[in-house]
Ligand binder design. Structure first.
Ligand code: IPE
Ligand code: IPE
Ligand code: MG
Length: 246
């Protein structure tokens, strides 16, 4: 779909997606959970391509949470193998699609080779001017917020920051999404209605869409349909609509 398509109008500036339901998708088909994760990677590809085609500015995909390390080792290892495969195969395509990719999350726990692939991908695409694509990988919002608070505490202790000068804006800049606008639209697949430690600070005024669709079934058509829901939302940010004022 070309950029000039009507669906471009009223697009959110930043869509964030909790990609959930791979395991249930597989179970419904009598397949191992790993097959659900493999199919889920195809949904990532479809959604990124669609985002590029419609001219979306920012997309964040929740790929692995700080809590996901608690899964059985065999599943964690399989997910890491899929991340490796994705970064190895797709980063050049992202570069060619003018996508700028980055990771938000903790960069100290994943395997060295994955961390260096991430850094290479970020470097390779840093000059791109199209879609800003963030993968939340080993990401947890509570950890992110505490880290930002800790940075401020250290700066105050060193005397470089006056506590009175700390604002919502300066705090936001310390978060890993610093530089990206807050997500206007958060989508979660799989029927669960919770945030699971995703973008807790940044989603203060986001619109939410919870879909029963499992992530491996969420492709171009489902993404475009979800965006239609956003266009229909009435966002007030705590105010009243002008026509409602007597
Ligand atoms: C989402 O699917 C993928 C990750 C969290 C990495 P799940 O693996 O959570 O699938 P369900 O929720 O068990 O169906
Ligand atoms: C949230 O899904 C994390 C990702 C999609 C990466 P989970 O499947 O881990 O969340 P819970 O356990 O159902 O809350
Ligand atoms: Mg899940």
């Amino acid at each position: 779909m070309p950029r000039s398509d009507a669906s471009n109008a009223g697009l959110p500036r930043h869509v964030a997606i909790i990609m959930d339901g791979n395991g249930r998708w597989a179970r419904q088909r009598g397949l191992p959970r790993s097959a659900g994760h493999v199919a889920g990677v195809e949904s990532v590809r479809a959604v990124v391509r669609t985002a590029v085609d419609i001219g979306l500015a920012n997309l964040t995909l929740y790929a692995f949470s700080t809590e996901n390390w608690k899964r059985p080792l065999i599943e964690v290892n399989h997910l890491m193998t899929l991340f490796r495969g994705y970064f190895r195969k797709d980063v050049r395509q992202l570069r060619d699609m003018n996508v700028r990719m980055r990771i938000i999350g903790n960069r100290s726990r994943a395997a060295e080779d994955i961390l260096s692939m991430i850094e290479e991908g970020e470097k390779l695409t840093e000059g791109n001017t199209g879609l800003n694509l963030a993968f939340a990988f080993d990401y947890g919002a509570q950890e992110e917020i505490v880290a930002a608070a800790r940075n401020f505490a250290c700066a105050v202790k060193e005397g470089t920051v006056d506590p009175e000068s700390i604002t919502v804006e300066s705090f936001s800049k310390q978060l890993q999404t610093g530089g990206m606008p807050d997500p206007d639209f958060v989508i979660r697949t799989s029927g669960e209605r919770r945030l699971s430690n995703f973008l807790l600070f940044q989603s203060a005024y986001s619109e939410f869409l919870f879909l029963d669709t499992m992530w491996p079934d969420f492709r171009r058509a489902e993404f475009l349909a979800a965006l239609e829901h956003f266009v229909a939302r009435d966002r007030r940010f705590g105010t009243v609509a002008p026509e409602a004022v007597a």
